[in-house]
Ligand binder design. Sequence first.
Ligand code: GCO
Length: 454
Amino acid sequence: MNSTEKERNPLLSRAAFGHDFHWGVSNAAFQVEGAWNENDKGPSIWDTFTQKKGNIYGGHQAKIACDFYNRYPSDLDLMSALGIPDLRFSISWPRILPKGTGKVNPKGLAFYDRLVDETLEKGITPWVTLYHWDLPQSLQEQGGWINRDIIHWFEDYAQIVVKTLGDRVKNWMVLNEPMVFTGGGYFLGIHAPGKKGLANFIPAVHHATLCQGIGGRVIREFSPGANIGTTFSCSYVEPYRDTPRDHKAARKIDALLNRLFLEPALGRGYPINDLKLLQRLERHMKPEDEELMKFDFDYIGLQNYTREKVKFSISTPILWANIVKAENRKVHFNEMGWEVYPESIYHMLHQFSAYPEVKKIIITESGTAFDDKVKNGEVHDPNRTKYIQDVLHQVWKAKQEGVPVQGYFIWTFTDNFEWAEGYRPRFGIVYNDHTTQERIIKSSGQWYSDFLKS
Ligand code: GCO
């Protein structure tokens, strides 16, 4: 691209975001590692959930996934060759503590020791997520997230990990998307552990919120000088029609999707005024909880993929609100059925940065899923490249307007196990042939490499 084109569209240069802006890719243990029972790893709720017939698209399994457990050295080489500076990955709790508590698995710790060392050796900065949904099955058998004891189980687990890696890992995230793992796993039953209803959802929400703050304090204590964040899924929410009922419905869904976990972390308590059903949380609150939930995070991890349009719905009791699917709104949508709407991230950056307690925002996940195909040994995904460019335009605009956004991580590096959707949706900038484990850099991956080297 010649210089005049670059000037016309400054976004196509990394420099437009400033020298201190972080760039990377994200993945998660259960979605890429495989080795589901190797070297004394215990089962997670996702191992149990995927092995139960009917839960996962096509009966897909993650016993091997991308075989990252064995292939991470060559994947790190590929990231390094592409000039990707940062890698976000997560720790598998049952690899460290096969029973969730008690006896530590030295082979599990040794794996992450090696992974961190090799990441650093290859000039890549590790960003570590403590919890990306793979709760040890044995803890679920004691109630999992609905058992308040999890705040002690999680604290012990976090201490072991941070004491082991905290000398070399200086960028941390406590939880990945608590709204999704409590909503999917403990209300709708479509994610592990497949529980349903408010009786499961409400205590899971409160205990996850407590662990957000507890995890922050553990990292602060055992990883000196660490940059500590935690991540939140979010979607720009708009009323389907410009009517008072749809506006009210949109406010409720916004409270549920975008405020439920962020506001207690900021010391603002739960958004009960806009979502009366959250009053149920109060019976789980103990006097010390307001303080426990709060933590002075160095940054907020923002994870955005789409926007939602919401309408009043008489057929949805308690919430009286329904999301109108993209396919019913005649808009362009991706392999997940999510509207392709890059502007959403602009609105969420402003919405999150409007809280004075939010010091910095890192976009810890952003990407899109298409039905990518290999043709003559190559994978051309110009639609993904365009989406990322359009999103970066929105990020740059928000940054120009004063939003303290300091980083962008693409979800994800290699195509991987997309939870209940199995391997069908491909999010990667690198194609993975799940039979041969062959990696093929997609045209979006090449574009990202060129952008990072620009
Ligand atoms: C999430 C998870 C990722 C997903 C990605 C695409 O945000 O749901 O962090 O594990 O794979 O978001 O759905």
